[in-house]
Design a protein around this ligand. Sequence first.
Ligand code: PLP
Length: 461
Amino acid sequence: MTTILRNGPDLESLDKRYLFHPFTALADHERTGPQVIVKGEGVWLEDAHGQRYLDGMAGLWCVNVGYGRPEIAEAIHRQALTLPYFHSFSSWATDTPILLAEKLIEMAPVPMSKVFFGQSGSDANDTQIKIVWYYNNARGKPQKKKIIARRRGYHGVTLASASLTGMPSLHSGFDLPLDFVRHTTPPYRLWEAEPGQSDADFVAKLARDLEDLILAEGPDTVGAVIMEPVMGAGGVIVPPKGYYPAIRAVLDRHDVLLIADEVISGFGRLGTMFGATAMEMQPDLISVAKGITSAYVPLSGCMVSEKVWRTIVDGQATLGVFGHGYTYSAHPLAAAAALANLDIIEKDGLVEQAGRRGAFMHERLAEAFADHPLVGDIRGHGLVGAVEFVAAKEPATRFEPSLKIAGRIVKAALAEGLITRALPHADTISFSPPFVISEDEIALMVSRARTAVDRVADELV
Ligand code: PLP
């Protein structure tokens, strides 16, 4: 591994002086400073003081093939020497994005036609909104512009994608959400279902809530609905069986498109190549990012169905050039990294492995937490899991938010050498490790988490 040129304390003071951190309690940070990570190998990270951590979150749900893969590093190196960059505006092209687009269309969970590349999940979802708007302008439905997302859904932080995100903490201070966005009920059994309600009845209620919203707004004003197959940052919320077919039926009745936000679930996280397959979702548009390169370099994609594509192409006659694109759209270096990453996933059978290791993780989580007095729910699918903490189980009662239970557990876990994440707006901690995690490492991850939960439980008595 590389040599560290500056020692920890030096980096810490430079960070406090110069770096504006994303999603950070800035006043606290000015006092406490950063934790500087300097190395990674497999599922392990090392900080500037030599402290090792098991990364139970694969960074931010993204380093799916694990840290330190030479195949990706070499692909990036080769591409940087051959052709680091040329753009794709005005019909220009480079080779690796073409090959990657072909691969993605072949892999897609439902028939798709074209891929538009960007840099982040947020910009992918912004682009999807612009595609939906252009599409409806092209077919003479200029009113059909509202986008419906779900409360607790996470779709990014740009002005439009933060508006889609159904979390008040991403809106306050920023004058959001923008006025074309509406939010509907998430499929969150613990807090949204009636006690004892069957899955079928819960699904019917969720579909009814969505349809009522579309009818109240006016179907002629609603362009699309955006949904993560399994909601990630909002709480690792897995919908009940039959949910997406019921949602699709509502959308078909009202001529509304479905965008699958596969930014976390794409490329194996749920034990299938795409989350849409695991969750029986039939989208018209698909957003991908994170796992497409395992985050070695930034890249996102918007997959577009033939129906939408053809309408956009035909619309050019009246609307003019599709005036959207980034300097870094279809970046050849990012595409080279993605091709190497997807090659590893396929050659090493990592999608199937994520499914198997996921099943093992859910067994260990159930064993460790099912009887714990603080635990109200254990859930997940594939290699993503969550444990939610409650003040009382029957009926389920939330902790006072000021107790910050999940945040305290995450801190206690860090002291045990485990990185996990507290999810906003739920007393939930999440697990989303690299697919290369071994069974022993999963057992260690869960036992460290259990120790952390016990520590915080002791503080509460
Ligand atoms: N969509 C989903 C489902 C995500 O989980 C995220 C990020 O966590 C995003 C979109 C935004 O991606 P980015 O942070 O790359 O902009």
